[in-house]
Ligand binder design. Structure first.
Ligand SMILES: [Zn+2]
Length: 136
């Protein structure tokens, strides 16, 4: 099971709304315990594309972010980004750019009135699996 800290989830929603109509992005810091993954803290990153349809993370920020996660005893368990005007599932480009089958890909959609957040895994053949998670 995946556990997502509810306050951290709210921060993703806040960031996505603040950066609307651009996509926002960031890392998910957490702890793995057997099959369980607890997402403990989110790390917002700058979308250097400043685009409504795709995102690129700032490499310098990524590097610094991984360092601070380590100092906080967390590991990079995945990343997230927003879809300002499309559904909460990986686009063709998202699938193409999903290189790591071991990490989580969170997508927050602001398409509807209520934000929708889903977490996915993408395997090497680019098959997408939607994972169950619990807000805690
Ligand atoms: Zn996307």
């Amino acid at each position: 099971m995946i556990y997502l800290d509810e306050l951290e989830y709210k921060k993703i929603v806040k960031q996505a709304k603040a950066e609307f109509p651009d996509e926002c992005c960031g890392y998910l810091g957490g702890v793995k315990n057997g099959e369980d993954i607890s997402i403990k803290k989110i790390y917002p990153l700058t979308n250097i594309d400043h685009s409504n349809e795709h995102f690129s993370m700032d490499p310098k920020e990524q590097f610094d972010c991984i360092k601070s996660m380590r100092s906080e005893d967390l590991s990079m368990v995945g990343n997230y980004h927003s879809h300002p005007e499309s559904p909460s599932r990986p686009s063709e480009e998202d699938k193409r750019l999903a290189f790591d089958p071991t990490i989580l890909y969170g997508i927050l959609s602001l398409q509807d009135k209520e934000p929708v957040f889903n977490i996915f895994k993408v395997d090497k053949e680019k098959n997408v699996e939607k994972l169950k998670y619990k807000l805690v």
